[in-house]
Ligand binder design. Sequence first.
Ligand code: SF4
Ligand code: SF4
Length: 381
Amino acid sequence: MQYNQFGKLGNKSRLGLGTMRLPVNADGSVNEDEAIRLIRLAIDGGINYVDTAYPYHGGASEVTVGKALKDGYREKVTLTTKLPCWKVEKREDMDAILDEQLRRLDLPYVDMYLLHALDIGRYRKMRELGYKEFFESALKDGRIRHVGFSFHDGKDAFLEIIDDFDAWEMAQIQFNYLDDESQATEAGLKYAGRKNIPIVVMEPLRGGNLAALPGNVRALTEAYPVKRGAVEWAFRYVADYEEVKVILSGMSTMEQVKENLKLFEVMKPGNLSDSDRALLRDMKADFLSRQIVPCTGCEYCQPCPKGVKIPDIFSAVNQASMFERQEAFEKRYARMKEREGDASRCVHCGKCEKACPQGIPIRKFLDAVNEGRIFEAGAVK
Ligand code: SF4
Ligand code: SF4
């Protein structure tokens, strides 16, 4: 296992254990015995950073992690959990939720406490509700030891959040070789690094999508003189950045734990050669060339007067086409229909197209989605 200095937390393993995908029973509930064995196997193998959160497995992740950390395991790890900001309506809710989490974990304190899944709107709301004062009091009374945030928005939002609070001790971002120019971006990551804020990376495999490469992308790796699997390439890309202190992987099986422990024997900053980086750029370009809609997710087209969630629809289309997962699109689109943001609501007013900096014929693409032919060749001419 590779280790590095993580701010005031000391030496942390570059591989962290995410606990949002623990082993489950046939009914979807956490298989507690297996999950406890898995967590302890990871810690025995050298992992000393464990990440959980209020909503994971409907609350069962925190309970299971708490049980796994008994019998001497608590002292071996840094434990992170997160405040579900979307549940907070007033300042007192922050204390009540943290207390509930400590009861679930059966612990008197957690090492690292994050504001969970911030976008800029959520961040500003938390600021108004008094998160800074909450952090101060919870640090003082010892329920938490360090503070940070996890993030899902764009670079400008990331920089605003970083600059708005001097006491951040980490930022958790989505980062992988497809997301270097989206979410917090590589530039945001480096900015945090210059301010000595350690970065924890989530989704290094983009929700598992980078673990199985589609034909053309796989052919690129097969033709490359150094033979590495899809997972290794994805981890190596993230590990190459010295600003990244921990890379989270949500492991579900003992085999995954063992494979990841083996891979992280070599996951050092600067592990990639120039030609390795060129290959990863080619892999990314090939993935992106599989996108159907040239949408950047900028949201300038929002809000639509009829509530059509244009960026979400196009993102789902592109994800499905990049990763050859049409069935995943159907599920995601069904949820959009339930939330009344699907393409059938479009009345062709054209407002969105006037705002789109990419000049996308949005209405034509929405019609193709609505008529179920978006994945057909030449669906939009
Ligand atoms: S054209 Fe359709 S999607 Fe675009 S703003 Fe009008 S109703 Fe919304
Ligand atoms: S304005 Fe255009 S590029 Fe931006 S999210 Fe909307 S459709 Fe996509």
